[in-house]
Design a protein. Structure first.
Length: 288
């Protein structure tokens, strides 16, 4: 599933291409991922794009209605697991599973492709944005270390689960959580409330650096992610722990292990990221 760096990459690409452009027409294919297909066909034609913004793992495309006296609205887009949103020339070959076509006033098209259709599109009225955004957790790129500490240090949940919780942090996913924990030398099974000030400081800095580097590399293209121009990202070449089970740790040479934490595959170095104290003894007692 695209995470913060991938969604940010797509949003930045759309922000560079769409503001000021008017939607001339909308053509839809399969619509089971669209909350109200008729609303897209009714509201988008004639409207003008104002901006594209990312919040957590979704984007908001802000529109000025064709009738300036009407209230503004936004199109919420969630890429799900396999969604792509690209701006392209109309003569370009149409990828399979392309379900949304928006014709722009400069002749180009915005296309949304989603083979598994786990994404989401819906019109958000001007007054509904605040309620939507209130559900998103802290923004990792702008949250202060104090805000981050308050969200983490008061929770008796595993740190992996906390980082993945979109009500705690908006945008973090499996890849960048594992990469951040490896850099901070923190085991994914550690409880947030058991991290000391030094651990939280290391994790906060590691998370910010990992996300910044991933955005600079235009995200990770592990399966089918591409940016708004159809180009893959490069950060997968810099993964240090994610999906590297059995390979040597870049830091100490120990073999990377995989465990299920918070219901997700979690990759970590057992030497650099030792398990919390007491867990191994408890496990031995339970087996006896």
């Amino acid at each position: 599933m695209p995470e913060l760096p991938e969604v940010e990459t797509v949003a930045r690409g759309l922000q560079s291409a769409l503001p000021g452009r008017r939607i001339l027409s909308v053509r839809l294919g399969k619509t089971d991922f669209i909350e109200d297909p008729a609303a897209l066909e009714r509201d988008l034609p004639g409207s003008r794009v104002e901006s594209v913004r990312r919040y957590g793992k979704f984007m908001l495309i802000d529109f000025q209605p064709r009738d300036a006296s009407e209230p503004k609205f936004a199109l919420q887009v969630h890429l799900g697991m396999t969604g792509r949103m690209v701006v392209t020339a109309p003569e370009e070959l149409v990828a399979p599973h392309t379900h949304v076509f928006m014709t722009l006033d400069d002749g180009r098209e915005v296309r949304y492709t989603d083979p598994r259709r786990f994404g989401l599109m819906r019109i958000v009225a001007d007054g509904g944005r605040e309620a939507l955004l209130a559900k998103v957790g802290l923004e990792p790129l702008t949250a202060s270390e104090l805000e981050f500490r308050r969200r983490i240090s008061t929770r008796r949940a595993r740190i992996k689960a906390l980082l993945l919780d979109q009500h705690v942090l908006g945008g973090m996913g499996n890849i960048y959580t594992d990469e951040s924990l490896w850099r901070a030398r923190i085991n994914p099974k550690r409880l947030g409330a058991n991290l000391d000030a030094g651990g939280i400081h290391r994790l906060y800095g590691a998370m910010r650096r990992v996300l910044a580097e991933a955005i600079e590399s235009r995200g990770s293209s592990i399966s089918d992610f591409v940016d708004s121009y159809g180009l893959p990202g490069n950060f997968q070449q810099k993964h240090r722990v994610y999906d590297r089970e059995g390979l040597k740790c870049f830091r100490c040479g120990t073999r990377i292990k995989r465990a299920i934490v918070a219901g997700r595959s979690s990759y970590f170095c057992p030497h650099c990221q030792p398990e919390p104290r007491g867990r191994k003894k408890k496990a031995r007692r339970s087996r006896s």
